[in-house]
Each structure stands twice: as structure tokens, then as C-alpha cells.
Design a protein around this ligand. Structure first.
Ligand SMILES: NC(=O)c1ccc[n+]([C@@H]2O[C@H](COP(=O)([O-])OP(=O)(O)OC[C@H]3O[C@@H](n4cnc5c(N)ncnc54)[C@H](O)[C@@H]3O)[C@@H](O)[C@H]2O)c1
Length: 321
């Protein structure tokens, strides 16, 4: 598949990730066929995409007059072959279930044109696992988006041992064209690049929480105002260069022996999960969403998050992508 031959994109699964991925391709100028198992889910996805485009427009990232034409390029279906027929780039964002993804990939290969690229948004599975029933494995690639996918710029483009150079490069270029920040991951390792980094940080944060070193509020505040603040603008390796390698070496020597190297799942997550706590989904996690953190507070927090994310997207990336 050549980059210029990609005319229509298919997105399979219209949940949290799928509808945002569809929005990104629509705003990038592509017609999108969005598939899910129920019409009601597709209607909800269309409504969310419309709201999110309005938000992009209010924040000056797209023009109001571009919203209607973008939405006209969106078609929805509950028929899988209809969803992929005539599409040159197909990406699944279905639940993280190996059997399901294997069966989707096998059905897609049967129904789609013979040179279409087939991508997965898996967080933790490999193409070697998902693509086991696919003949043309050179056309498979992972594109790992981050939530909310219509806003967060980075998409990890991960190749398996079989992914062809053409599939890898065309996928990268396609994401660049729709103003994402694609990162080539040359070897398929569990967690890819970003989840490994994130998990290393989470292990230490939860260990500090267990030790009672600071309150949840103060841990969140401290990280947002320091490494979070800095990393949005300069990456970790440039940060080391700016600080001086000798200093960083000294700090690593002093602290590495003291920080967590646990191989066990974090005790606090296990304990909370065993009590039925699931964060905002159940009303309790590190914060309480039932009392002081009411529904309105949560809605306002999410609205503020999206506003701040969009401002950051505009300031740091939108014009240069
Ligand atoms: N949520 C995240 O933060 C996140 C981040 C990166 C990657 N991912 C990955 O993206 C994928 C989707 O995650 P999500 O959070 O959007 O899940 P989700 O549950 O919100 O959405 C999944 C959608 O797939 C639909 N679906 C069910 N069966 C299907 C089928 N046979 N074919 C197509 N669609 C089907 C569901 O109805 C649902 O709408 C997973 O592989 C997940 O690991 C999620």
C-alpha cells in the first residue's frame, strides 16, 4: 500500500479510543467508516465526535465551518465487511481480548482489499498473538494511541518481525498527515516504549503512597508542578543533558539502591480492587467521588483537563505538526 493510495479509513470499535481515533482521521480529511456491534453505541460515538469537534473549534484548533464537512465524511455500520470494504487503512479499537482481536483480524483480512494495512490499538498484546490467523502478516502494524486519542499527539507505531518497511513507513506518514506525532518503535516489546516508562514511575509513586510520604493530593500536585510541567516541553534525555550528566550519575548512584524494584503488583491497588473500588467507575479510588468530589466537580475537572490539554496541544504541537 502506497501512502497516496489511502483514500478511506476504517475504525473498528467506537468506544473510548475508537471514536477519538475516528475523529482524528476525520479532521485529517479522510472519510471514515466506524464500526461497532450496536447502533446505539455508534449514535453515541457520533454525538461525542460532534461535541469534541465543537470543543476543538471553540479553542481555535479547527474552523467552525470545517465541522459539518468532517461529519459528513463519517459513516457508521454494524456490518464488519461493509466497514472494511474499499478501505485502505483499517484499525481496530475493540476490547483488549486476544480471542476477539484474533477473530476480528481474520475476518478483516477476508473482507478487505488485498493490500490494505490492518492496525491494532492494543495496549498489551503483540501482533504475533493477534495476527496468528492472518496470512499477509507483513500488512499488520500496531498503532498505540493515548487517551484521549483525538487530543494526545503521540501515537506509537510498532512493527512486528513481519511488518514490512512499506506498512511501517506508510502508517507513520499517514499519522503525520493527520497531525499526530507518530513514533517508530522498531521492535515489538511488551508495553512498547511509553507504558514501560509510565509503569516504572507508577511503581515508585504507589510505593511512596504506601509509605505515607505524602497525601494523594500532594503527590498529584507535586508531580504535575515539577516533572509533569517540565516533560511537556523537554524530553527526559534532553533534561539530563541540561542538568549535566555527572550530576545525574551521582543522583542515580545515590538513589537507585533505595527506590522500588518490586516485581509484585502494587499492594494498594490489589487491596482497593479487592474491596470493589475502581476509581470514578465505582465512586472510590485514591479520592472519594461520592461525597466531597461530587459529579459536578468531576465534570468540571474533566472539562478543565480537556481545556488545558487543548491549549497545550495548540501551544506545543498543532502548528508544527
Ligand atoms: N482506554 C485507554 O486508555 C486505552 C489506551 C490505549 C489503548 N487502548 C486499547 O484500545 C482498545 C479499545 O479500548 P477502549 O478503552 O476504547 O475500550 P472500550 O470498551 O471503550 O471500547 C471498545 C468498543 O469495542 C466494541 N466492540 C465489542 N466487540 C467488538 C467487535 N467484535 N468488533 C469491534 N468492536 C467491538 C465495544 O462495543 C466498544 O464500543 C483496547 O485494545 C485497549 O487496550 C485503550
Amino acid at each position: 500500500m502506497k501512502f497516496e493510495d489511502i483514500k478511506t479509513v476504517s475504525v473498528l470499535g467506537a468506544g473510548i479510543m475508537g471514536h477519538g481515533i475516528a475523529q482524528s482521521f476525520l479532521m485529517g480529511g479522510y472519510p471514515v467508516r466506524l464500526y461497532d456491534i450496536k447502533d446505539a453505541i455508534l449514535d453515541g460515538a457520533r454525538a461525542h465526535i460532534t461535541q469534541n469537534m465543537e470543543l476543538f473549534s471553540r479553542n481555535g484548533l479547527i474552523r467552525q465551518e470545517d465541522i459539518a464537512p468532517s461529519l459528513e465524511r463519517l459513516s457508521t455500520t454494524t456490518d464488519l465487511s461493509d466497514a472494511v470494504k474499499g478501505c485502505q487503512f483499517i484499525t481496530e479499537a475493540a476490547p483488549e481480548n486476544l480471542d476477539l482481536k484474533q477473530s476480528i483480524f481474520a475476518s478483516v483480512e477476508e473482507a478487505c482489499q488485498e493490500d490494505a494495512i490492518i492496525a491494532s490499538n492494543t495496549s498489551s498484546l503483540t501482533l504475533a498473538q493477534i495476527g496468528v490467523r492472518v496470512q499477509a502478516k507483513e500488512r499488520l502494524v500496531t498503532t498505540h494511541w493515548f487517551n484521549p486519542p483525538h487530543i494526545v499527539p503521540t501515537v506509537e507505531v510498532v512493527r512486528s518481525d513481519w511488518t514490512s518497511d512499506e506498512t511501517f513507513n506508510v502508517t507513520h506518514d499517514l499519522l503525520l498527515k493527520i497531525r499526530k506525532l507518530p513514533i517508530k518503535i522498531n521492535k515489538e516489546i511488551p508495553g512498547f516504549l511509553i507504558n514501560r516508562i509510565q509503569m516504572a514511575m507508577v511503581r515508585e509513586i504507589l510505593d511512596l503512597y504506601e509509605q505515607g510520604i505524602a497525601s494523594p493530593e500532594d503527590i498529584d500536585k507535586a508531580v504535575k508542578g515539577s516533572i509533569g510541567f517540565r516533560l511537556a516541553s523537554i524530553g527526559p534525555l534532553l533534561t539530563i543533558d541540561l542538568g549535566g550528566l555527572k550530576l545525574w550519575l551521582k543522583v542515580c548512584e545515590n538513589l537507585f539502591p533505595l527506590i522500588s524494584n518490586s516485581k509484585e503488583p502494587p499492594g494498594v491497588l490489589t487491596r482497593l480492587a479487592e474491596k470493589g473500588h475502581d476509581g470514578i467507575k465505582s465512586g472510590k479510588g485514591f479520592y472519594d467521588y461520592t461525597n466531597e468530589f461530587s459529579k459536578e466537580t468531576l465534570d468540571e475537572t474533566i472539562r478543565r483537563r480537556d481545556r488545558e490539554f487543548l491549549n497545550r496541544l495548540k501551544d506545543l504541537y498543532w502548528e508544527s505538526l
